[in-house]
Each structure stands twice: as structure tokens, then as C-alpha cells.
Design a protein around this ligand. Sequence first.
Ligand code: GRF
Length: 201
Amino acid sequence: ARLVVLVSGSGTNLQALLDACADPAYGARVVAVGADREDIEGLARAERAGIPTFVRAVSAFETREGWDASLATVVERFEPDLVVSAGFMKLLSQEFLDRFLTLNTHPALCPAFPGMHGPRDALEHGVKVTGATLFVVDAGVDTGPIVAQVPVEVHEDDDVEALHERIKAAERAMLVDAVGRIARGGIEVEGRRVRIGAAAR
Ligand code: GRF
């Protein structure tokens, strides 16, 4: 299966996928990495792995629709079976989502603590367990059908950074496992099979 991965930051989730894809038995490979900004570690990771990259910054376009369309065009060029938004901090348009089956990871147990500050919100709320969620992206913010989840304990002495780092370790393992299973034959989500080729193309 051909993966296009979208990143906005450090790209540790991307790195986990790159490492997994080194084994041909994994069933997937990253064919391109896209970002919404230059000079991020996520892009450097792709470059070190010899994988093509592209950047589409919202600020370079007159309209959000123009950005959406340009992103879809460049993604299409790589003919992905699956798009993985791995710490990509932009919402994707419905048109994009109709075209590409897209998964996203979120550092909380959805539907709890959606949005930009999952680890902080979990700490502030005082939950004892939080975690990470992999879901099929839909029009909402962290609302799509859940593909996989992993629990992570909150420790007494956690600050946001320590908690987020522990979540990210679990998140990477979950992402690698689920993407591999989808690539090798699909998995069941809410009674429907999520598999390569399932999105309208
Ligand atoms: C992840 O926790 C992701 O869920 C969140 O931001 C983090 C990205 O980490 N949205 P990285 O760029 O993959 O290291």
C-alpha cells in the first residue's frame, strides 16, 4: 500500500512509519511526505530517508479553497492508497476527504479532549487515564470513526510535556500496528471495513 504522510512538526509518528516500512512484510511504504510549513524536523526525516517531500503553506494561497485544491493535487500525484495525518495541524476539506481515505492520530481518548491541547486538557480535568486515538478523518475536529485506541496512565507528577511524550510513545505503536493491518487486509471500524481502496477515488 502506498502512504502519503502529512506532518507539521517533529515527525516522530512519521519516523515510526518509516522504520516499520523498512520491512517489506509490513505491507506499506511511504511514497511522499507533505507539510504545511518549511523547516520542520518531519520534512528532514523524509529527506534523510530519500522520500519526496512537498510543502503547501496556507499563507501562500489567496484562499483556503485554493490551498485545499493545491494540496489535493499534489497528494494525488503520488497515488496514495491511504493518507496519514501524523501531527498535521490543519483541517482538511470534505473534498479532500472524499478523494483520499485519511487517518489521523490524536493524543487523547476520543471523544474526550478533542482539539489542539489533548494532553493539557486531560491533565486539567484530572483524569487518571488518557491515551491516543487513531480515527478516520471526517468533517469534524477529532470526531471520525475510531480505528484504534490505546490507554496511557496519568502520573501524579506529570506535566503536559511528560504526559504528551508518554502518550506519543503509545500513539506511535498504535499507528504502526493499525496502518499495517489496514495495508495487509483492512480492519473493521464501526461495522464497516476500512481497507485500501475504500474511499471514493
Ligand atoms: C502527536 O501527539 C499528534 O497526535 C499531535 O501532535 C503530535 C505530533 O507528534 N497532534 P510528531 O510530529 O509525530 O512527533
